[in-house]
Write a protein that binds this ligand. Sequence first.
Ligand SMILES: *Cc1c(COP(=O)(O)O)cnc(C)c1O
Length: 360
Amino acid sequence: MPERIFNFSPGPATLPPAVLKEAAADVVNFRNSGIGLIELSHRSKAFMAVAEETEALIRELMGIPNNYKVLFLQGGASTQFFMVPMNLLHSGQKATYLNTGVWAKKAIKEAKLFGQVEVAYSSEEITYKRVPRDDEYTVAADSQYLYFVTNNTIYGTQFPAMPTKEAMLIADMSSDILSRPVDVSKFGLIFAGAQKNMGPAGVTVVIIREDLLDRVDDTVPTMLKYKTHADKDSMFNTPPCFAIYCVGRVMHWLKQMGGVAAIEKINRDKAALLYEAIDSIDLYRGHAEKESRSLMNVTFNLPTPELEAQFVREATAVGLDGLKGHRSVGGCRASIYNAFPKEGVEKLVSFMADFAKKNG
Ligand SMILES: *Cc1c(COP(=O)(O)O)cnc(C)c1O
């Protein structure tokens, strides 16, 4: 097997090597049972235990209160863009959205199919280079919820703290869930596609306050009601077994790392190294405004697209992979989620200094 390189991919993203090794062995022979992990019935004792352990670890790591359900759903984070309003926003009712990037905008488009949408803030005109402070927008008193994206994966912006509005919060945490402590009790619903910070693609974790499960109209199809999945502990139909197992192993790894508060410190250290390089070397310009900088996705530009292409090419050649920015903004992006090792960030920083010396 070739040596692992540093994988800065925005998602699916790098996972802890110990988890990959364990999963590879378990796929063939699950914990010495004689049956491969992905051959197990989802209703078998062995798999039920996996699903229960995964949920218990997520609850423990995030400090999820008892009056919340944790669901394992399919369809990606993008399915939540419509499932949220389909379940929680009735026709004629109002919801407030913050337009801080493409993922937020897509959610806004879907919400308009169900109710009245107020976009209380948008940074679209300034290529989404910042997120709003609390005093930059208002939420109407009759708004059902305030929807926002905690970390804007493409632009490299992140809410430094959660909004402190009166409204019930709903958040897409796909790219920063479990990267820092969050007070779940302030939220009605949190969702995250697993493939950035929790595991492989194929499962979306939804954390929903129990009293919201009954808000849904009878006209909503069974599979698209949160209540259906909550009532059956995510076993209404066959769940994405392999992805749930992997999330469980990543949670186990995270717990061994010291949990969410400990990983936040590491994440802050990693991001600080990169932002310091961007700020101190003339060749690089950060895309996000400083107050909105993400700890997970670090976006930056070089003076020309040609130089950016050369930067990405030469970085790839020395084992720093996946640094090309999203097609909608160009430039470069280093995604440094929980499982991304600090040594990779150090190697990138030293590459950036060398590259600037040769091309500055
Ligand atoms: C990647 C991403 C999505 C889309 O996730 P899918 O699982 O591909 O639908 C949505 N929101 C955010 C913040 C993301 O980073």
